[in-house]
Design a protein around this ligand. Sequence first.
Ligand SMILES: Nc1ncnc2c1ncn2[C@@H]1O[C@H](COP(=O)(O)OP(=O)(O)OP(=O)(O)O)[C@@H](O)[C@H]1O
Ligand SMILES: [Mg+2]
Length: 246
Amino acid sequence: MLALASMKGGVGKTSTSVNLAALAAGTGLRTLLWDLDPQAGATWRVGVDPEPVNAARTVVRGRRDVARLARHTRVPGLAVLPADDTLRSIDIAMSEKRHPARVLSKTIDRLADAYDLVIVDTPPGLTVVMENLIELADLLLVPVEPTPLALRTLGQLQHFVGERSTNVPVAAFFSLLDERKVAQRHLHAEYRATDPVFLTTSIPHSTAIERMGAERLPTVVTSPSALASRRYRALWGEVAERLDLV
Ligand SMILES: Nc1ncnc2c1ncn2[C@@H]1O[C@H](COP(=O)(O)OP(=O)(O)OP(=O)(O)O)[C@@H](O)[C@H]1O
Ligand SMILES: [Mg+2]
């Protein structure tokens, strides 16, 4: 299980989750994109209309039929576990459980029977769901804008993970990189060279990525030769290696 994570909103978690999910499915892995954000941005971007599926209750109860909620997407071989409005209150529902991690792990075990890879898109913030997900994920992937504030929130996330003494590896990558901005260029070069949490690949600021909201298909599907798609393929290569999928 790969989980996107970030304290900061609007950094490219959802855009990354759908593109990596499309690439994974393209290699023949049975892939599930799990949308845990009530904004339903991942569900939307793979061409599925958000519908009420009682998503929060299904997760919190660890229901046996969770895999039945999965829908086909417009991307061949890719399924999505859609988000709905009930996810707005999932943190409250989770915190009322005596063993929230155990419930979540039951849900994940059920999905693991049907899929080789689950990619989870999460809402921004260090939420109760995130607190429990980090105990179960095989890799946390954190998009980071090349700005001092974004780097600070990455530090906070690493501290949050460290405090919970889970062994989940954290990998970050620069997102929304605008090479025309000198300050971004410098931060990007410095951190990528010195901070081992950063992967080699960075995702540029790209209109091809922005268009996903209207096209409702991943960039790697609609614009495979765009720079952004080449970078997503490189990112997938690094992530797949960390997950021992290659
Ligand atoms: N590399 C990029 N270049 C240009 N626009 C981007 C890029 N990545 C994301 N965006 C745009 O920025 C906005 C936020 O992106 P996205 O939804 O992927 O971020 P997020 O971290 O999931 O946000 P949230 O925290 O709200 O869930 C979207 O409108 C998206 O189209
Ligand atoms: Mg998002």
